[in-house]
Design a protein around this ligand. Structure first.
Ligand SMILES: Cc1cc2nc3c(=O)[nH]c(=O)nc-3n(C[C@H](O)[C@H](O)[C@H](O)COP(=O)(O)O)c2cc1C
Length: 176
């Protein structure tokens, strides 16, 4: 994959996962891509939980299916949980801004690095917004004060490519 825009076009939320397990090495590459993401003051306010053991993957899938939602998560072969860690900002910013002021944006960058790396490795991914956070905390012993950044389902995709539904550039960009 040489063209970055093409990669952005190809990545889509996967809602049909193939019954094929994901190689451990590919999951490592996904978190390596996240590790290389930019963050404010290079504070890297993140950590990751990679779930690839089938019995635990099934348990995580269930946390993302409240009220029968997201049934397709049952087909996911792996999950990556993005967690928010304490950020240390550079000296002039301390006292001016809360330490976590930029963290959500940093975690968003890391999350998308994971999804784009997955795509470049031939994998599908799905960022899951609605999930049972207390149940996920219990599964992995995540303390109550630690914030979730994202839950990402991963597997080989059997989804047909969809045309991107997006606002036009004219609607969202001003040039000066
Ligand atoms: C924070 C976040 C939460 C999302 N939660 C869900 C979800 O729970 N279930 C789902 O099917 N898609 C979910 N999505 C996927 C979006 O619906 C999807 O990214 C958007 O419609 C654009 O489509 P595309 O990803 O295929 O380009 C989520 C995306 C983001 C960024």
């Amino acid at each position: 994959m040489s063209d970055f825009l093409e990669l952005c076009e190809l990545r889509q939320s996967c809602r049909k996962f193939a019954d094929k397990s994901v190689e451990h090495e590919k999951l490592v590459k996904c978190v390596e891509a996240a590790r290389l993401a930019p963050s404010a003051c290079n504070s890297e306010p993140w950590s990751f939980v990679v779930v690839e053991t089938p019995e635990i993957v099934s348990k995580v899938a269930k946390t993302g299916q409240p009220n029968g939602m997201n049934q397709y998560l049952s087909g996911a072969k792996a999950f990556i949980i993005v967690l928010e860690e304490h950020a240390v900002l550079m000296q002039p910013l301390r006292g001016m801004l809360d330490s976590q002021y930029f963290a959500k944006g940093d975690l968003g960058a890391a999350t998308e690095h994971i999804c784009l790396e997955a795509e470049s490795l031939g994998l599908g991914s799905l960022i899951v917004g609605v999930y049972d956070r207390p149940a996920l905390r219990e599964l992995f012993d995540i303390p109550a004060e630690k914030q979730f950044g994202a839950l990402i389902a991963i597997g080989y995709s059997e989804d047909a490519p969809r045309k991107k539904q997006r606002k036009s550039l004219d609607e969202i960009v001003k040039y000066y």
